[in-house]
Write a protein that binds this ligand. Structure first.
Ligand SMILES: NC(=O)c1ccc[n+]([C@@H]2O[C@H](COP(=O)([O-])OP(=O)(O)OC[C@H]3O[C@@H](n4cnc5c(N)ncnc54)[C@H](O)[C@@H]3O)[C@@H](O)[C@H]2O)c1
Length: 347
């Protein structure tokens, strides 16, 4: 092969890579009218891809995606993600499936345990079985809750976890999501299905509702109304908050990263903040007169509630596999959330 041939061949190979990377993809996103799902949908549509969403609007909202309705690449179905007939057609016609549909958050699980457990486990079985039938790669959004009460910081994806007893129903969220993880990995083991499991850590930003107890929208809404900000427990427990925009950018990298198939990967921020400090930052950035009021866990969640002091992800695997790091600062995240709540009046 001459030097000229080699150069030409390299140019063709490069072009093929560019074409492959930029080829229009067809995504199915369950839970696509939810907080994270609606941003992911928007991200792919902006890139020119085609997106179908299936959402029963149990915790999501049509308002999150109404502005996309005129886009001819957008298809929305208000339905249960356990609906086999609909899902069969949609999965057969898609290139990659993001499975986000799920009950979310401990407060919802504690207040509506039967419905919440069903909403996590049933759609997963349907979606994963159909992905296996049609050989479609699937990404599941799991949660940092699966690390339970582990005190070995930071949390690495392969570490042992310590969960509480089944008599405390807050653990149902972690255990149901772990069961989802096991189910995906079992299908991979038995059928070779490409599966991706992403454990998310406290994702926040515009469109997250505070109705189900999520801390940042609750704090910002109270601050904008100059009402007391309710901090549960001592407030000295810490969390790491990541921007939904950073997370979506990370989630979108998996279809182009086949070597991440079969892996469990943390995505989140590794900058810790105590809940008291978060409340203080929110008050300052909202220019608010709110005071911080401490509320016991018993009052907030009922008796016998377990909480974790720290929850910090190890991001080495995300860096290595998908070359991802969170970019936005906590202040930026709070301001984006503040502006959205103030401008839309939603909460
Ligand atoms: N937000 C976070 O900090 C966080 C942290 C860890 C994990 N996650 C995971 O990310 C995913 C998205 O969460 P989110 O924060 O966007 O919450 P969300 O409640 O806004 O999104 C979940 C969506 O799923 C829909 N849904 C629930 N059950 C359904 C069903 N049976 N059929 C169809 N649709 C159904 C809801 O209506 C909602 O739109 C979930 O899988 C959740 O477990 C989120």
């Amino acid at each position: 092969m001459t030097r000229h041939d080699r150069t030409e061949r390299a140019a063709i190979l490069n072009m093929t890579e560019v074409l492959q990377e930029s080829a229009v993809m067809k995504y199915l996103i369950t839970g696509g009218a939810g907080f994270i799902g609606s941003h992911l949908t928007e991200f792919f549509l902006k890139r020119g891809d085609e997106v179908s969403i299936v959402d029963d609007l149990s915790t999501g909202s049509w308002e999150n995606v109404a502005h996309l309705a005129d886009n001819r690449n957008f298809h929305a179905y208000v339905a249960d993600a356990a609906d086999k007939v609909l899902l069969e057609t949609e999965i057969r016609n898609s290139d990659f499936v993001y499975h986000l549909a799920s009950s979310v958050g401990v407060k919802l699980i504690v207040s509506r345990p039967v419905d919440s457990i069903r909403r996590i486990v049933r759609p997963t079985e349907t979606v994963v079985d159909l992905c296996a039938k049609y050989r479609k790669p699937i990404l599941l959004t799991s949660t940092s809750e699966t690390y339970g009460k582990s005190e070995s910081i930071p949390f690495r994806e392969d570490m042992d976890v310590t969960l509480g007893p089944s008599s405390k129903n807050r653990w149902a969220y972690a255990i149901a999501k772990l069961l989802d993880e096991f189910y995906l990995l079992a299908q991979r083991e038995q059928t070779g299905l490409p599966v991706y499991i992403v454990r998310l850590f406290n994702v926040v930003g515009p469109r997250q509702t505070g109705y189900y107890g999520m801390v940042l929208p609750r704090f910002v809404t109270a601050a904008l109304n100059n009402e007391p900000i309710q901090v549960y427990g001592s407030g000295e427990q810490s969390r790491c908050f990541s921007s939904v925009y950073d997370i979506v950018e990370g989630l979108a990298r998996f279809p182009q990263t086949p070597n991440a198939a079969g892996e469990v990967v943390n995505l989140g921020s590794d900058r810790e903040v105590t809940i008291n400090d978060l409340a203080r930052r929110v008050i300052e950035l909202c220019d608010s007169k709110s005071i911080v009021k401490t509320v016991s866990y018993d009052e907030a969640y009922g008796p016998n509630f377990d909480d974790m002091q720290r929850r910090l992800p190890c991001l080495d695997k995300a860096r290595r596999l998908i070359g991802w790091d969170p970019k936005r600062s906590l202040d930026q995240i709070i301001m984006e959330t503040r502006d959205w709540i103030r401008d839309t009046g939603r909460q």
